[in-house]
Write a protein that binds this ligand. Structure first.
Ligand code: AMP
Length: 114
């Protein structure tokens, strides 16, 4: 699915592009700022990305930080999250970071699962 955004076959609201990464607004935002940051190259999730190309994983983080700065999130803070696999609630199997901010985000999980 996100490969089709990289290919320009599906429209997205881009906020930043680098030679290796893309950042675009989530279609169903969960916070005032909700941006997805992806590697252009396909990796199914953050674990395969980090193990397959750690430099590219770092570029995803650097793009997320640049977007956080552009969106004015550095002062009050933000959350950067990679849902991974079934227990992680991942729905789209192209590695992506959720950059969330613009309001207090509350606890990390809606309820404890411990
Ligand atoms: P995850 O559960 O971590 O896999 O999150 C997938 C995210 O992708 C969700 O927050 C969706 O709202 C978002 N999403 C799905 N399709 C699109 C799309 N075409 N453009 C932007 N965001 C999308």
């Amino acid at each position: 699915m996100f490969c089709r955004i990289v290919a320009g076959e599906i429209p997205a609201t881009m906020v930043r592009e680098t030679p290796t990464t893309l950042a675009f607004r989530d279609i169903d935002p969960k916070a005032p700022v909700h941006v997805l940051v992806i590697p252009k190259e396909h990796y199914a999730d953050v674990a395969t990305l980090a193990q397959g190309d750690s430099a590219l994983a770092g570029e995803v983080l650097a793009t997320a930080a640049a977007v956080a700065e552009d969106e004015g999130l550095l002062g009050d803070g933000f959350r950067l999250m990679f849902n991974t696999g079934t227990y992680g609630g991942q729905e789209v199997f192209h590695a992506h970071a959720h950059l969330l901010g613009g309001a207090p985000l509350g606890p990390m999980l809606a309820r404890s699962v411990a």
